[in-house]
Structures are given as structure tokens and as C-alpha cells.
Write a protein that binds this ligand. Structure first.
Ligand code: SF4
Length: 311
């Protein structure tokens, strides 16, 4: 059966979903953040204590977290030979830059030109500008058409936030644990709302130019946990905005969500500490084996993808 057609949200309904119109703002439990922090500190003190000094601090990002719970060997391989910029990654970086421009300035005149200028001004940290400059004219025109289409979705459906909402782009969330031996960190595309008082009031938004994926929710839940630990109060809402379709995947942040995110962080941070203590990475065959850079030398991965010569 065909999936139902996607109906992009217009600004009014998008705002209502972001604000959770009709829902009460939950009161902040003053003991929640401290309890979560204590849980993490207790669970990670042992693993963090085994880490070689030259590998400190152990950093836990959304990407590393996702990789290490999927396959430790894949994470190690990716660190040794980082994946280069692909057209999809370049599109994501360009669209992210345009989204930031739209919510802060409210104007986009030349989508690709504006985005490249913004990324160049930031030092082209991920190599997107160099990648785009190196494309042949046909590839570049194809990428420009995609970026322009995504920009039309954003400017047609995403409201330029009022300064009263305190919009913050690229909001850094950093949480040191175990005396700084472990650092949880992330950068949220957009944060809205006053710091919480007696009730939760912050909304976190991630922007995605690709297809909807289950991992996107896990990323948001990690950020919800970071915000809770950092500020002492959970966000009111977390949401993923899909610039290809205008969809908004928004949800509330109950305590169970934070506990589940914390349990995932405990597993991931313990594994990262184990690797930073010199342990051999475990190989865990999974659906991503076909795209893994370590596949040619990985027996379990080759077996997973059906190679008859796998050991
Ligand atoms: S091929 Fe699969 S099992 Fe092997 S390292 Fe890569 S992801 Fe892990």
C-alpha cells in the first residue's frame, strides 16, 4: 500500500505543534536532574577510572553514541579513516546553514551562495565548501536545485521566531561527568524559550534534510537528557524538522524518555571508556555492514552481507 501523501505544515500549525498547544507545561521536579546525574556518575565511575590518561576525556557525542551501540569496530574504523563529504552530507550542511540564516535574519536571497558564504565564514570546518567548489557543473547544478527546493520548504513553512522566544541556533550542550573524565556534548540546531522556572519551557529542534529515520528520535532524546543535566530542567518539547517535506516530528519529554536516554548513554559511555582503556572493539554485524569502511576485513560483517568467502 502506498504511504499517505505528506502534507507540509504551514507556519500556524507548525507553531502549534512546537508549542504543544492544548498541553499543560509540566512542572519541573527539582530533584530530577540531580538524580539523573548521580545515576550516571555512579554507573560510569568504574569504566572512567580504567581509561588511559592520554585518552581523556572520553567524549560522548550523538554520532559516537549511535555508532558505539551499533558496532564498536565500525566506530574505530570510522575514526581511523573518517568518511569524506558526500552529496547528501553537503546538502545537509548547506540546508542547516540556510535554516540558521532564516530563523535569525528572515531572508534568503541566493540559497547556495548564502549557505557557502556562511560556511566559509565559519572556516569550512567539515569541508563542504571545498567539496562543492570541486563538483563539476552538472553535479553542482543538481545540488543547487535540491538546496533551493529545501529552502522553499523552510521559508514557506517555518515561522521566523520572535526575539521574545529567545531563539538560539547552534546551542552547545556540554555535561562533564566523573570529574571531567567523560564529557557528554552536543550542538542543537535551534533552542527556543526562556530557561525553565517552575515549569518546563525550552523547546529543542533538530533540522534534517534527509529522510525520516528512527535514530533521529534517539538523537533528540540524548539532547533532552543533556539539557536536563545542564540546566536542571527538562525541555518542554523536542522536535525534528524535515526540510525535504516540511514534516515536524515533535514530542513531549516525560521522565521515562529521559531514563531511557540515560540507559543508552550508560551503555555507550561504558563502551567508549572500555575502548579508551585499550580493549579490542567488538564486531556486531548489523544492517549497516554493507556501507561500513571496515567490511573488506571483517569476517562477521562479510557473513552478514552474504559473502561466501567470509571467515
Ligand atoms: S562490517 Fe559490520 S560487523 Fe564489521 S565492523 Fe563494520 S559494521 Fe561492524
Amino acid at each position: 500500500m502506498r504511504p499517505p501523501p505528506v502534507v507540509p505544515l504551514v507556519a500556524g500549525s507548525l507553531l502549534a505543534r512546537l508549542r504543544g498547544d492544548g498541553l499543560d507545561r509540566p512542572p519541573v521536579d527539582p530533584g530530577l536532574a540531580g538524580g539523573l546525574r548521580d545515576w550516571l556518575e555512579d554507573g560510569l565511575a568504574g569504566p572512567a577510572g580504567d581509561v588511559f590518561d592520554h585518552n581523556l576525556p572520553v567524549r560522548v557525542s550523538k554520532k559516537g553514541l549511535s555508532q558505539v551501540v551499533t558496532c564498536e569496530a565500525q566506530l574505530v574504523a570510522d575514526r581511523e579513516v573518517p568518511a569524506g563529504v558526500t552529496p547528501e552530507l553537503a546538502r545537509g550542511s548547506l540546508v542547516d546553514a540556510l535554516f540558521r540564516q532564516w530563523v535569525t535574519v528572515g531572508v534568503v536571497e541566493d540559497p547556495v551562495g548564502d549557505a557557502l558564504a556562511a560556511l566559509a565564514a565559519e572556516g569550512d570546518r567539515d569541508g563542504t565548501v571545498a567539496f562543492v567548489v570541486g563538483l563539476d557543473p552538472g553535479e553542482r547544478a543538481g545540488l543547487a536545485a535540491e538546496v533551493t527546493a529545501h529552502t522553499a520548504v523552510v521559508t514557506g513553512g517555518w515561522p521566523v521566531p520572535s526575539p521574545a522566544w529567545l531563539p538560539r541556533t547552534q546551542e552547545r550542550l556540554v555535561v562533564p561527568l566523573v570529574g571531567g573524565r567523560i564529557v557528554l556534548s552536543g550542538v542543537v540546531d535551534l533552542a527556543l524559550g526562556d530557561p525553565a522556572g517552575e515549569s518546563a519551557s525550552v523547546c529543542l529542534v533538530e533540522v534534517k534534510s534527509g529522510r525520516r529515520r528512527a535514530e533521529h528520535r534517539a538523537d533528540l532524546h540524548f539532547y533532552a537528557l543533556l539539557e536536563t543535566l545542564r540546566s536542571g530542567a527538562p525541555p518542554f518539547r523536542v522536535a525534528t524538522y524535515y526540510t525535504g517535506t516540511g514534516e515536524l516530528d515533535a514530542e513531549a519529554v516525560p521522565e521515562e524518555l529521559l531514563v531511557s536516554a540515560l540507559e543508552r548513554v550508560l551503555v555507550a559511555a561504558s563502551r567508549l571508556c572500555r575502548l579508551a582503556s585499550g580493549a579490542e572493539p567488538a564486531r556486531s554485524p548489523n544492517p549497516e555492514c554493507s556501507w561500513c569502511g571496515a567490511l573488506p576485513g571483517c569476517g562477521p560483517g562479510l557473513a552478514r552481507v552474504g559473502n561466501p568467502e567470509a571467515r
